[in-house]
Structure formats: structure tokens, C-alpha cells
Write a protein that binds this ligand. Structure first.
Ligand code: ADP
Ligand code: MG
Length: 500
């Protein structure tokens, strides 16, 4: 084997490893995509339809395949959705380059062709196919993202919830929180402005509507500080009991007094950890309510909502801030709803079991993200892979103007783009080739929103079916897929590296 052959075979090995990872997620693409059940050695089960989640949970060791996982993660963090499309497109681009290699094209020429093609495709979609995403389309965008997921059973309710949440949060994804509660059905899910804690006030005697001030404390009020580091000499068990009672009580009372001095007219204290009942009872007498054992993410959300910092102990308490906390019964659960100056929206998701709820939450986060994206960028395209078909036709016409072998790489890129609608149709049980031929025809005759008809086979108008997605999602999918493909193609050798 000469040197050139060994280099080629390194690329081919990489391509094959990456394609194996792709084939796992390919059948999940589109509204009729199937789910995967993943089981680990400990018997833990995940059921999911989300491309990024599947790839993250797969035990992938091949370095080239891991690069694909990274591409999916990038897509997830930038656009929240479109991960399966990115990976399928990258898989197809890699597969097509293997064919080009066998015809004698050099990796550099393929990379150059792919780069040109991806930029042209994105520019074309931006200038010819993307339109303004008015607010009335946001719920259609949410619906497109939800179709095919477990959330589909109450799609109208869920997509309206998403749009409401995004509008209230002003398009800021970080200001939306999702709270999952098993029990009930998806239709019982609801959206609240403010932070909702799945908690009750610590003691029943506490005022249910505290006077509008609040403190956040990032610790508990039960363990005695420094107790583990002191030496005591006591002569009897009685003496020890007395010591404990006294020292405990004074410290607790000090704690309570420090809080009371900042909340003279009553209020509410949110505590990260456990609070001793003596402290709670003392506070209750002064009209102060207390919520304890609050998860860290809820504490952060509260601090964002109230616009205050979280104190680390009762020694460094900051000024109390305005806050409106109320104990509410929502459905069959009791919650504390907190409102403040800042805008934070909480969605309470209900579902039958924790496993389905996990998948529901993932789907929900995708849909929320996609709606945020459309809300902020205000650009969208018709879905179902119609933009990819349009771009493919454009690339083929453009390829003819390019001299030399690069032309072949651009044509291969166009073929790969068509794999998205083809796979959507295939997963819905229709012939991918027939679908693509019909779609090409439709697009050539000016029906630029034509995509695969998942119910009857063939083509149909995506606009009529209200299938839309943000332009940025498609743009990022094309750019990430071509970027990762080029990176994999540029590797001509895999070499062992010193472990650091
Ligand atoms: P991804 O992880 O890439 O988002 P999905 O499984 O969510 O993968 O599939 C998304 C694709 O399905 C998008 O191209 C979207 O436009 C398409 N799609 C969604 N609803 C429909 C529909 N009703 N008809 C055809 N295509 C659809
Ligand atoms: Mg999706």
C-alpha cells in the first residue's frame, strides 16, 4: 500500500464510522419519525426522538463520529432544534464524498466545493425563500417543531402555551422555566408569569399572603455553625443536654432576629437548605413566611425575578426586596407563585410518568427555543425540507457555471440537501425517490413551498399545511453539517497522542 492509499483509507474509515452514527438517528427524522429506546447497564431507560439526546447518550468512541455529536450539540445550543436534520445532512455529505473519492477527486477540491455550495445555498434561501415571521405564525412554528413528538397529543394547547410563554418573556429563553409534575395529562399544563415553586410554606401557621418583602438565603438555618470544631468538657449527660438546648436556642434566636430586623413588617424568606422549626416558629410569630429546601435553579430564577443577590448566611443579609408570594392550588397540586419586578415565566408541564415527562420536557424546550428564535430573528421558511429542495435546484444550475472538478462537489452537495425531504417521506412510509422527483418538478414549476405529503405520499404545499420553521434553524443546519464534513474530510491520518 503506498502512502496516498493509506491516507485515503483513514478518511474512508472516518466516513464509515460517522455514517454508522448517522444511521441510528436517521429513522427519527420528521413528523413520522420513530422513537429510540436506550437502555444502559444499570437498566435505566430513556425513550426519545431527539437527535442530539440520542447521540449524547450513545456510547461513541470513534473520534470522527464524536465530531458529529459535537455538530449536533452546536445546533442544539444555537437553535434548540434541527439536530437530526444536521446529522442526516452531514452523513449524506460524507457518503457522497466517498463516491467522489472513488472517482479520483482530491479531498481539498471536495472541501472547496462544499464550502462554496453551503454559502450559496444559505444565501439563496435567505434572499428567495425566507419571509418575515409575523407573530401570527409563531404557533405554526411551534406546531412544526412539536409534530412527531410525544407532545403531539395536545398540540394546539401546547403550541399556544409556548407562544404565550415566549411573548411574556419578551423572547428571552433564559426567562422561561419549565416545571414538570407527574400526574394529570398534558392538557392540564399551564403557564404562569413569575416563578412557581413546587413547595408549601414550612409551617401551617405561617401567613399565606406575606407582606410584600423577601430575602433569599443560600444556606440552611438548622445546623449550628462551628459545632464540629469545638471542644467541650462536661461532667454529666444533663449538663450536655442543657448546653445543647441553650447554645442551640441562642444561635437560632440570633438567626431569627437577624431576619426579623430586615423584615420588620413581615415578609417571606426563601432558603436553599433545611430550616429548623424553632427559627420557623419565631419568624411566623413576626408575620414572616418561610420556604425551605429550594433547588438551586429555582433560587437563581428567584434572584433574577426579584433583582436581588442571594445571601450566603444570616451574617451577610442584604436589604429585603419587593415581592409578591402566594400559596396557590393549581389542579391537584399546591404551589407557591412568586411575582416580582423582572419577567420570568414558568410553564408547569403535566404528564403520566416521569419517563414520558422527560421526553415531553425535551420536546417542549425545543419548541420554546424555536419560537424564541423566530420571535427574535423574525425570519422563517416553509418546512418539510422544501427549502433544501429549492436550494438544491439552485445549486445545480449554479454548478454549471463552475469550471473543473469542483462542479462535481457542488452537485454532490445538492444531492445531499435533497436527503432531508427524502428521509421525511421515507420515514412516513413513502418512496423517497418518487417523492424527490415529484418535488423537483413542483419546484421547477414555481411551487417553492412544496414539500413531502406525509399522509398521502407525493408533494403538497407546506404553506397550506402551516408547516414553517425559523430561517436561522435551516441556515445553521446547513452550515454546521458542511463545516463538520469538511473537518472530517481534511483528516488524512489518525495518530496516537500522548495522554496529558
Ligand atoms: P430535527 O431534530 O431535525 O428537528 P425532527 O424529527 O423534529 O428533526 O423533524 C423536523 C423536520 O420535519 C423539519 O424539516 C420539519 O419541517 C419537518 N416537518 C414537521 N412537520 C411536518 C409536516 N407536517 N409535513 C412535512 N414535514 C414536516
Ligand atoms: Mg425537531
Amino acid at each position: 500500500m503506498n502512502e496516498n492509499e493509506s491516507n485515503t483509507s483513514a478518511v474512508v474509515h472516518n466516513i464509515r464510522a460517522a455514517k454508522r452514527a448517522v444511521s441510528t438517528v436517521k429513522t427519527t427524522l420528521g413528523p413520522m419519525g420513530m422513537d429510540k429506546m436506550m437502555v444502559d447497564g444499570g437498566g435505566n431507560v430513556i425513550v426519545t426522538n431527539d437527535g442530539a439526546t440520542i447521540l449524547q447518550e450513545l456510547d461513541i468512541s470513534h473520534p470522527a463520529a464524536r465530531m458529529l455529536v459535537e455538530a449536533a450539540n452546536t445546533q442544539e445550543s444555537m437553535c434548540y432544534d434541527g439536530t437530526t436534520s444536521t446529522v442526516v445532512l452531514a452523513g449524506e455529505l460524507l457518503g457522497n464524498s466517498e463516491l467522489l473519492f472513488s472517482k479520483g477527486l482530491h479531498a481539498n477540491i471536495i472541501c472547496r466545493g462544499y464550502r462554496k455550495a453551503s454559502n450559496w445555498a444559505v444565501d439563496y434561501i435567505n434572499s428567495e425563500l425566507a419571509v418575515d415571521a409575523e407573530e401570527e405564525f409563531l404557533s405554526d412554528i411551534a406546531r412544526t417543531s412539536i409534530t412527531g413528538k410525544s407532545l403531539e397529543s395536545s398540540i394546539t394547547h401546547v403550541s399556544n402555551l409556548c407562544v404565550d410563554a415566549v411573548k411574556t418573556a419578551g423572547g428571552d429563553y433564559d426567562r422561561i422555566r419549565v416545571l414538570c409534575q407527574p400526574g394529570g395529562g398534558l392538557d392540564d399544563s399551564s403557564c404562569f408569569s413569575g416563578v412557581v415553586l413546587h413547595k408549601e410554606f414550612l409551617l401551617p401557621a405561617m401567613p399565606l399572603k406575606p407582606n410584600g418583602k423577601a430575602l433569599l438565603i443560600n444556606t440552611g438555618l438548622s445546623d449550628m455553625k462551628g459545632e464540629e470544631n469545638i471542644q467541650l468538657s462536661l461532667s454529666s449527660a444533663n449538663e450536655y443536654q442543657q448546653y445543647k438546648r441553650q447554645s442551640g436556642r441562642t444561635q437560632w434566636v440570633d438567626c431569627a432576629n437577624a431576619i426579623i430586623s430586615l423584615l420588620p413588617d413581615g415578609g417571606v424568606v426563601f432558603c436553599r437548605d433545611t430550616v429548623h422549626e424553632v427559627v420557623a416558629a419565631t419568624l411566623a410569630k413576626s408575620g414572616i413566611s418561610l420556604v425551605h429546601r429550594i433547588p438551586e435553579s429555582d433560587m437563581t430564577a428567584l434572584s433574577k425575578l426579584l433583582g436581588t443577590s442571594i445571601s450566603h448566611s444570616t451574617d451577610d443579609l442584604v436589604e429585603a426586596v419587593d415581592c409578591d408570594a402566594e400559596c396557590k392550588q393549581i389542579g391537584d397540586m399546591k404551589y407557591i407563585v412568586v411575582k416580582g419586578e423582572g419577567e420570568v415565566t414558568t410553564l408547569i408541564l403535566r404528564g403520566a410518568t416521569m419517563q414520558t415527562l422527560d421526553e415531553t420536557e425535551r420536546g417542549f424546550e425545543d419548541a420554546l427555543g424555536v419560537v424564541c428564535l423566530a420571535y427574535n430573528t423574525k425570519r422563517m421558511v416553509a418546512g418539510g425540507g422544501s427549502a433544501y429542495i429549492g436550494a438544491a435546484l439552485y445549486l445545480r444550475s449554479k454548478a454549471a457555471t463552475v469550471d473543473g472538478r469542483e462542479q462535481m462537489a457542488i452537485e454532490a452537495f445538492a444531492d445531499a440537501l435533497e436527503s432531508i425531504p427524502a428521509t421525511i417521506a421515507e420515514n412516513a412510509g413513502h418512496d423517497p425517490l418518487d417523492t424527490i422527483l415529484t418535488l423537483r418538478n413542483e419546484h421547477k414549476t414555481g411551487h417553492k413551498d412544496s414539500g413531502p405529503d406525509i399522509d398521502n405520499g407525493g408533494a403538497c404545499s407546506m404553506t397550506e399545511r402551516h408547516v414553517y420553521e425559523p430561517f436561522d434553524l435551516v441556515r445553521q443546519a446547513i452550515l454546521s453539517a458542511s463545516e463538520v464534513t469538511v473537518s472530517i474530510l481534511r483528516i488524512d491520518d489518525i495518530i496516537g497522542k500522548r495522554t496529558e
